[in-house]
Design a protein around this ligand. Structure first.
Ligand code: HSE
Length: 438
């Protein structure tokens, strides 16, 4: 293993998909500039991938091929192991462990791996005195990891939230612009390659939850606790909700939010109403954005592309440049052994405003029944709106009643909606969307 500053940094990459090839292209495009910036050359020394024969559009001449990523991870031919295999278990986990155990620093873009095993891997990295860098794991090209870990070290963070899934933002943007329903836009997004054939991780909110659990650790100095993230996806959002949101002065975004409360830390991913004129409401299509609130910096927002070859490779190469320059701080901003336990603030204690859509029959007394139930749970209403389905005047087909509440607890909100549904006032399961201050 090379140690002198002027020795090249020899890189091994496992996983030669879009991002892996993007990293190789960036290293070659910017080779000379990177050498100047880092004081040493960054050289691709070894690669490993499933298929050797596949045409990738990048030359692998003079690069050693490894059939097994674990062998590459432990090879004396490399100084740093880049894991771009993906998946939270299997070869990704095994090869990262193999690299760290043999004192090779690791760069990864793997959010699922870190969400599940981040604390343990950080302990392993720190025990072996090497870095584990993962800028590309959260919001692709946006440098939010370094921002939280380094640039904002002199702050106490109170809240971090953002749009961290381009697929969901693309779908919600098109639903809003075109007035079409979720299923139609999803099918089109899949045809156009903006959504995966199996979109569960994206639209179900799990991809955002992986990223959020990493940001929570960085922001609050706690161990990663992915299982405590409350997750709701976007599949129950209708074009009627987006239209109602617009007429009430809001937009609906899939947000990941980590916030300190009196009872602990909330980690939640759900469709969220944000004021139409807030900065986060202006993030459209596949773009991502992360907002951080710190006691000294105030509010800070970073926006950019959260996925794709160029943006993700940009973050991987920045991690490599950091390693080439030397110096590695603790993986999550403080030594892994000193990360605090995560104290979960339960969702039922969440306090905030709510949007509610109730599909009800259009007959006398319905509105009174709704407001009575809300009053029984101590919920104060900010606005109330009744809408007939398009082209109808209510009557037998029913109407949508849309409510915006003042701040209340999730427990009361759920209680009221359960009763409204179970006593037959609402004909469909009520729609409930949390409103976030932004
Ligand atoms: N599938 C993610 C997105 C990118 O749609 O933003 C990788 O996490």
């Amino acid at each position: 293993m090379s140690s002198g500053k002027s020795e090249p940094l020899k890189i091994g990459i496992a996983g030669l998909g879009t991002v892996g090839c993007g990293v190789i292209k960036s290293l070659r495009t910017h080779g000379q500039a990177l050498t100047q910036k880092c004081g040493r050359e960054l050289v691709l020394a070894g690669v490993s991938a499933r298929s050797r024969a596949r045409e990738r559009g990048v030359s692998l001449d003079n690069v050693t091929w490894y059939d097994d990523a674990r062998q590459l991870a432990q090879s004396n031919e490399i100084d740093v192991f880049v894991e771009l295999i993906g998946g939270e278990e299997g070869m990704a986990l095994e090869s990262v462990k193999a690299a760290l155990s043999s004192s090779r620093p690791v760069v990864t873009a793997n959010k699922a791996l870190l969400a599940r095993h981040g604390t343990k891997l950080a302990e392993l990295a720190e025990k072996n005195g090497v870095a584990l860098n993962y800028e590309a794991a959260v919001a692709g090209g946006i440098p939010i990891v370094k921002t939280l870990r380094e640039s904002l070290a002199g702050n106490e963070i109170s809240r971090v939230y953002g749009i961290m899934n381009g697929t969901c933002n693309y779908i919600l943007t098109r639903m809003e612009n075109e007035g079409k329903d979720f299923a139609d836009i999803l099918a089109d997004a899949q045809k156009l390659g903006y959504a995966e054939a199996d979109p569960t991780a994206d639209i179900g909110g799990f991809d955002t939850a992986h990223k959020l659990s990493i940001l929570t650790s960085l922001a609050f100095g706690t161990v990663i606790d992915f299982d405590s993230v409350y997750v709701e996806g976007i599949d129950r959002i209708t074009s009627a909700d987006l239209e109602a949101a617009a007429s009430l002065g809001y937009r609906i975004k899939l947000l990941g939010v980590a916030v300190k409360t009196d009872t602990g830390i909330e980690q939640r991913v759900h469709p969220t109403m944000v004021p139409r004129h807030s900065a986060i409401a202006e993030i459209h299509d596949v773009f991502n954005a992360v907002v951080v609130e710190g006691d000294f910096v105030g509010e800070l927002m970073l926006m950019g592309r959260g996925a794709g070859e160029g943006p993700t490779a940009s973050s991987v190469v920045s991690d490599l440049a950091d390693l080439a320059r030397g110096g590695a701080g603790p993986v999550f901003g403080r030594p892994a052994a000193e990360l605090l336990p995560y104290r979960r603030a339960g969702m039922r204690a969440h306090e905030g405003g709510y949007y509610v859509r109730l599909d009800v029959p259009d007959r006398p007394g319905i509105m009174a029944a709704i407001t009575t139930r809300m009053a029984e749970y101590g919920i104060s209403l900010e606005s109330i709106m009744q809408r007939a389905p398009e082209g109808e005047q209510g009557g037998m087909h029913g109407v949508s009643v849309i409510l915006i509440t003042h701040e209340t607890t999730e427990s009361d909100m759920r209680g009221a909606l359960e009763v409204i549904f179970s006593d037959g006032t609402a004909s469909e399961k009520p729609q409930m969307i949390r409103i976030e201050r932004a």
